[in-house]
Design a protein around this ligand. Structure first.
Ligand SMILES: [Zn+2]
Length: 257
């Protein structure tokens, strides 16, 4: 079960903060086989559940035996807020199961890993080092259209009193403008977002859109790190739905420690 092949990418802006631990896992080092090779954590991907459960254990072990909180991701704009002072928390809190239907999660709790599972969609991590609040967001094109990123920043302000100029942000490997073709964009993407279309092509720059959604809320441009790794161009390292169709989900995790 132990694997030496597990690789974890980190945001430069995040890794020197003493109060958080985070990581972007690749597809390497797990136990799934075939098209799911190998560190697939997506329960609805079509992969065998024992392999997925084992992969999730490998991630827990790698991150220091802390519980993982998964979301039942729906490409919506619902954001779950978990507060350490919430008295009801102990009853509802079931780490390791997708009990919350949401595409974003915000918390000030220590020692729990917020997990976003992706294969082309962006995982966008936010951290306010002043208030010690973290967020993890699943934003595919539908999340981009719904501006779940901006709504998550709003939650940090409203629920925890965060100041946007304190927030740092990281955008995970995801579908790049090189591969974001939307032939039906006139039906799928509102006209207000057509400014992100690549000139003379049906491709969109969702990376720029995410940065702009953060900047519009007051996050400083210099506080936003985009790894700028396209998943479809790198299916040897990451899962890509567009690149592979039947594929797994890689894990993007963050915790306050
Ligand atoms: Zn690409």
């Amino acid at each position: 079960m132990e694997s030496a092949d597990i690789k974890v990418y980190e945001f430069e802006y995040f890794k020197n903060h003493a109060h958080i631990v985070h990581g972007i896992f690749t597809r390497a080092g797990g136990t799934s086989t075939g098209t799911f090779d190998s560190l697939n954590i997506g329960m609805n991907s079509g992969d065998e559940h024992p392999a997925i459960a084992n992969n999730r254990k490998l991630i827990i072990r790698k991150m220091g035996m802390k519980p993982l909180i998964f979301l039942n991701q729906m490409h919506g704009d619902v954001i779950k807020v978990l507060k350490k002072d919430d008295n009801d928390l102990s009853e509802s809190f079931q780490p390791g199961k997708e009990i919350y239907t949401a595409d974003g999660i915000v918390t000030d709790m220590k020692d729990v890993f917020l997990v976003i599972q992706v294969a082309d969609c962006q995982a966008v991590m936010l951290y306010d080092p002043q208030k010690k609040v973290i967020a993890n967001i699943h934003s595919g094109w539908q999340g981009s259209v719904k501006n779940i990123i901006g709504k998550c920043v709003d939650k940090m302000i409203l629920e925890f009193g965060c100041q946007t100029e304190d927030i740092i942000a990281g955008i995970s490997p995801s579908l790049g403008p090189c591969c974001s073709e939307f032939v039906n964009y006139k039906d799928e993407i509102p006209q207000s977002l057509w400014k992100y279309k690549i000139k003379d092509k049906d491709y969109f720059d969702f990376w720029k859109m995410s940065s702009d959604q953060l900047i519009y809320k007051g996050v400083k441009k210099g506080h936003i790190e985009n790894m700028k790794i396209c998943t479809k161009c790198n299916t040897d390292i990451f899962y890509s739905f567009r690149g592979e169709k039947k594929t797994g989900r890689f894990a993007c995790v963050i915790s306050i420690v």
